[in-house]
Ligand binder design. Sequence first.
Ligand SMILES: Cc1cc2nc3c(=O)[nH]c(=O)nc-3n(C[C@H](O)[C@H](O)[C@H](O)COP(=O)(O)OP(=O)(O)OC[C@H]3O[C@@H](n4cnc5c(N)ncnc54)[C@H](O)[C@@H]3O)c2cc1C
Length: 356
Amino acid sequence: MFRSCPISNWVIGQIKTMDDITFSYTKLTRRYGIKFLHDNVSHIDTKKKVVVTDNITVNYDKLVVSPGVELDYSSIENWDSSYSDVFPAAWKAGKETALLAKNIKNMHNGGVVAISIPLSPYRCPPGPYERISLIASYIKDNKPKSKLIVLDANQKIVSKGKLFKKAWDDKYKDIIEYRADSKVVEISPSENKLITDFDDVKCDVANLIPPQKAPKLLVDAGLIKEKELWASVNAYDFSSTMAKDVFIIGDSTSQISVGKVPKSGYVANSMGKVCGLAIIAELYELKKLPPSMINTCFSLVSSEEGISVSAVYHYDESLKKIAVVKGASGLSPKSSSIIKDNAWDWANAIWNDMLT
Ligand SMILES: Cc1cc2nc3c(=O)[nH]c(=O)nc-3n(C[C@H](O)[C@H](O)[C@H](O)COP(=O)(O)OP(=O)(O)OC[C@H]3O[C@@H](n4cnc5c(N)ncnc54)[C@H](O)[C@@H]3O)c2cc1C
């Protein structure tokens, strides 16, 4: 099944369910004859041009990888993977999303929720702030004595800052306590505490979103440059700079090589289209077309209203990177219920685009 990260914050905010963000891949198989192999890739050998899974070995002529992000807990003292039940990240949609949603729903009125945000770059820059807004919105309507403490490793809100700040000031002044420059360095599972260099925060419900990097699979395959965390690609076609006939798209790619695009699903989808066309051009010995990409990130600031940021991108020949088309980007001027509707329509449109 495909479980969507977009709209997963709505599940945590109790306005959608896991069923609403869960889809099957069968239409792709039936309509387009795509052969799916649901298996774990354990190794990629770019010299022999093979992908090794837990069960079989697949030869390739062209390989596209889009493995997303690896959650990196190495800077958090006391971390053990068994603690993900106490400190779920819910940063890959699935059982941790359902667990966090359940924890929020079951929390007593007067409880404390603590959310930690890692240093940028991480998957979906506005994602944590949307999550905070939706939990606060639920708390305000259902458990008004509760509090939400935000420990942000960044110096300020990293995306749509003014719009989020305004919404929080207008709607959740008594609920959200925002602490910038507050990186979580340790946890205490027995006491339910998130620990920064300055504070110990005891909470009833924790959401620890750790730092992120490209998965080890890509490091082991020699697709990540030494001392870098993300995969370097040619921004014209998303081919790897490290191995021939390998293409890397999505969150795993480095902004240093691609240009300043956010790690979003919309961008990953755009990259997939550019890369797909480039591969067709290679196979048929056609001229590759210059990339054109688009991104809109919608975020809800309450169960009723949303905000958005959009940009159209092109390939900048002088920079050799993806760059914003001048005059073709911007923020919504304020929050509105229309943007909430747009957000839901956008999600349905991209699910449709990907899966039907
Ligand atoms: C809470 C939240 C809200 C978000 N909201 C939005 C939004 O509103 N709009 C938006 O544009 N983006 C949003 N995003 C970001 C978006 O989800 C990601 O940018 C997008 O999923 C990136 O796609 P990807 O293909 O790089 O990675 P993924 O979607 O994570 O896909 C990677 C896939 O590779 C598989 N994989 C990894 N390693 C292996 C292996 N070794 N073997 C086999 N399979 C493997 C994984 O299982 C996964 O299916 C949100 C993210 C979060 C966390």
